[in-house]
Design a protein around this ligand. Structure first.
Ligand SMILES: [Zn+2]
Length: 287
């Protein structure tokens, strides 16, 4: 039983999957819809399509925030709707597409969803490099490249309401997952700090309409990354092994420590490699 999308602003509706609080977005303006990462179970995606139809709207755009498996299931359910992603997305799919598709198939099997034939990761009709504005009715939606969690990650910013669809950053249930690059993640959060942020929807977790709470999420995540960098760098300077670096980061504080212990460990491993620590990248961290 899927829950229908709920209104977050007069222009933006949010549908939340029961799988890991994964959010899908629907911007609506003047009979046009822009869909963000429609996901995740088939019934949930159908509920989004039903909702758009019931609003008398036509889906004009489907935005793919990044190429991780849990964000790419939508396009096959909306044939003919123009898709857009960041310019590095097709490169990632060319390199990792088979592995991403295998994750989809594995999850669907576990979720009891059967599929005739295989899954191939959708490629976008259009891409952009750094920033791109899409007109939707009377809305101007700015797509921003926000790498760090994924090299091809984008965010959607609606400036009139100060509303940011942040994709897989600024979650209230996750710490920053540094599954792409620490330096890029730090630059992304520093850049977002300059935006007027009054409303926030993360890719996983709860939306916030409290500017102070949004600032706290941003500040906490920047502080976490700064401390992670400092502790891992110090370990490397002292010639410490990865195990010693992990021990040196074991008492760091972060949100929901039990749930995020494993992502934190992966972060330490990935950052140890990124900062030049002697380790086989293919055997450690998010890779
Ligand atoms: Zn992701």
């Amino acid at each position: 039983m899927s829950i229908p999308p709920t209104p977050f602003t007069p222009d933006l509706w949010v549908a939340q999957s029961d799988y890991f609080l994964t959010n899908s977005g629907i911007f609506l303006s003047e009979g046009q819809a822009l869909l963000i990462d429609p996901c995740l179970r088939r019934g949930e995606i159908d509920a989004i399509a039903d909702f758009v139809r019931a609003q008398g709207a036509v889906p004009r755009w489907l935005v793919l925030t990044h190429s991780h498996w849990d964000h790419v299931l939508g396009p096959e359910r909306f044939p003919g709707v123009r898709t857009i992603a960041q310019a590095r997305y097709p490169d990632v799919v060319r390199r990792d597409g088979a592995a991403i598709a295998a994750q989809v198939v594995k999850w669907e099997a576990e979720a009891g969803q059967t599929r005739a034939g295989g899954f191939s990761v959708p490629l976008p009709d259009e891409t952009f490099e750094t920033e791109h504005t899409l007109a939707l009715g009377r809305l101007a939606l700015r797509l921003l490249h926000v790498p760090g969690h994924a090299p091809d990650q984008l965010a959607v910013y609606e400036p009139v309401r100060g509303c940011l669809w942040s994709s897989d950053i600024l979650s209230d249930v996750e710490i920053p997952f540094v599954s792409d690059n620490l330096a890029a993640f730090e630059r992304t959060l520093a850049a977002l700090d300059a935006y007027d942020l009054r409303l926030l929807v993360p890719g996983h977790g709860h939306p916030s309409a409290d500017p102070a709470e949004i600032q706290t999420r941003l500040a906490d995540d920047r502080a976490y990354l700064a401390e992670l960098r400092e502790r891992v760098a110090r370990s490397i300077e002292r010639g410490q092994t990865l195990d010693r670096a992990l021990a040196a980061c074991a008492d760091m504080r972060f949100r929901l420590p039990a749930e995020n212990a494993e992502p934190h460990r992966l972060n330490v491993e990935s950052v140890y490699w990124e900062l030049g620590g002697p380790v086989d990248r293919s055997q450690t961290g998010w890779q």
